[in-house]
Design a binder for this molecule. Structure first.
Ligand SMILES: [Zn+2]
Length: 209
């Protein structure tokens, strides 16, 4: 199954994947901001393509720098956001609910995810074991399908898990029925394995298949 939504432009990009993997892995391991200059200087694909990729990621809302330190990349954040996860024991945050399930799914990791239903404000908990979510079957993830040019500000705020279909429908009707797709937790995990496939050390082979 391939889900054709890719605001992170993971599949057809001009970006240096070795830098994205390097930045993502360093941020995940540290759980704290990392000086951007150090990340660029140590990127396995070389400084020039790393700097170009970082600039593009920031411009597209796919990475955030604060005081010249990387604090978030491709949905993973070390500064508090609404979607929280304990990922292999480390406390981290994500930009949207799809990231919170998709990142552990792509990594094949254990995680405890906590997020909030935008309709009723109930806390939603999802346990992920070796990349596979164990979630309430009624949970539904909403993904907008309108185009976006800045991922973190335009796409992510509307990507949320709802308690059930009724809560999603009520939320959509209050917002004038925006266009989008709904997925269950297993499909959200599958989408994550697509979006973060570049995290795999075998990514160039995976991509060319
Ligand atoms: Zn709800």
């Amino acid at each position: 199954m391939t889900i054709e939504i890719d605001p992170l432009e993971t599949q057809h990009s001009d970006l240096d994947d070795s830098f994205r993997r390097h930045g993502f892995e360093r941020l995940r391991a540290a759980g704290a901001p990392i000086p951007a200059a150090e990340l660029v200087a140590t990127s396995p694909g070389g400084i020039e393509s790393a700097q170009r990729t970082l600039d593009t990621l920031v411009q597209r809302g796919m990475a955030i720098l604060e005081t010249e330190k990387l604090v978030a990349i491709d949905g993973l954040s070390v500064i508090p956001r609404q979607h929280r996860m304990l990922l292999s024991g480390r406390r981290l945050f994500t930009w949207c609910a799809a990231d919170a399930v998709g990142i552990p799914a792509a990594l094949g990791s254990d995680a405890e995810v906590k997020t909030v239903c935008p309709h009723c404000s109930a806390e939603i908990e999802i346990t992920i074991h070796a990349g596979v979510p164990r979630a309430d079957e009624e949970l539904v993830l909403w993904l907008p399908t309108s185009s976006c040019s800045h991922v973190v500000t335009q796409f992510c705020p509307d990507v949320n898990f709802f308690c059930n279909r009724e809560h999603l429908d009520a939320w959509r009707s209050q917002r004038g029925e925006p266009e989008g797709r709904s997925l269950n937790a297993d499909e959200a995990a599958q989408l994550g394995r697509q979006w973060w496939a570049y995290l795999s050390p075998r990514w160039p082979e995976v991509q060319s298949r």
